[in-house]
Ligand binder design. Structure first.
Ligand SMILES: Nc1ncnc2c1ncn2[C@@H]1O[C@H](COP(=O)(O)OP(=O)(O)O)[C@@H](O)[C@H]1O
Ligand SMILES: CC(=O)N[C@@H](CCC(=O)OP(=O)(O)O)C(=O)O
Length: 261
């Protein structure tokens, strides 16, 4: 089931929540887009806040291939940082910019099915699209869903999902256009220069030689999955650069285009 072909799914990385100016600019852009009739879903991360909170609670954390290993005892802290603090900070910024928003998590409204991804990662979730009714209703009101990447499986267990993967699933659910906004201007080459366009073969080569790694590896893989399954490019761009947000709101290509072929 799809909401609207033109729904934009905008994923923002956690560093945004530590930048008042960045949040204000992004939400002003969102407000303009929504006023122009552009349905918009915001999906957010919060990796840095998770780390801060785990450290404050005397816990150590590690990542495996860009995904956070999530032991059971860390779940409450991680859920608090993502579904609580990060989600509400963004809601605050949206409200300040005049955007009517609904703060929620992947676990709401039967949107996704969730299961444990890999026992080695602990309580990390893998999600697939399920039911768009709830999102459709919110979008039909001209409201903006702000979605954290906390999912809940059929047994009621809370699961930590990488936010790029969460955005991927919601883009598929609403047949939307996916834009992944991070703190870098896009995928950078070995010399730190922006790469305008990448296909799977080029991604594999750059990953193989270690130019694309960590969080960017997860992001680019999520982008490739959507680009290939939906037959349209996915943009990886920056929330830091105001000009990229303006171009984005004008429907222009920004950052790196991850291509379906
Ligand atoms: N080739 C690359 N180009 C750009 N960033 C890269 C690359 N390889 C690794 N990175 C790292 O990936 C980070 C973006 O991924 P991540 O931290 O998960 O972002 P976010 O939290 O915004 O989703 C960059 O800040 C950078 O440190
Ligand atoms: C399983 C997993 O890795 N979950 C991520 C969820 C948040 C996230 O993805 O945040 P960014 O978008 O800021 O990186 C984490 O715990 O950091």
């Amino acid at each position: 089931m799809s909401v609207n072909k033109s729904t934009l799914v905008l994923k923002v990385g956690g560093a945004l929540m530590q930048c008042e100016m960045g949040m204000a600019r992004l939400m002003e852009t969102a407000a303009k887009m929504i006023a122009n009739g552009q349905p918009l879903i915001m999906v957010h991360g919060g990796g840095c806040l998770v780390e801060e909170q785990l450290t404050a609670n005397g816990m150590v954390t590690e990542k495996l291939d860009g995904l956070r290993v999530t032991p059971k005892e860390q779940v409450p802290v991680i859920v608090g940082a993502l579904a609580g603090t990060s989600n509400k900070i963004l809601q605050g910024a949206a409200i300040k910019a005049g955007v009517t928003c609904v703060g929620m998590s992947l676990g709401d409204g039967d949107m996704v099915s969730a299961k444990v991804k890999d026992p080695r990662l602990g309580f990390v979730g893998e999600v697939s699209p399920k039911n768009a009714t709830y999102l459709e209703f919110i979008l039909s009101q001209g409201w903006m869903p702000i979605v954290s990447s906390i999912a809940i499986d059929a047994a009621g267990q809370l699961l930590n999902v990488n936010a790029d993967q969460a955005a991927t699933v919601l883009a598929k659910l609403v047949d939307g256009k996916l834009v992944l906004l991070s703190d870098v201007s896009g995928v950078l080459d070995g010399k730190g220069q922006l790469i305008n366009s990448l296909n799977r073969a080029q991604v594999e080569e750059l990953t193989h030689i270690g130019v694309i790694e960590k969080g960017m590896k997860v992001k680019v893989e999520a982008a490739l999955e959507v680009a290939e399954s939906m037959g349209q490019p996915v943009q990886v761009a920056s929330w830091r650069h105001a000009e990229q947000l303006i171009a984005l709101s004008n429907g222009e290509a920004v950052g790196t285009q991850i291509q379906p072929d």
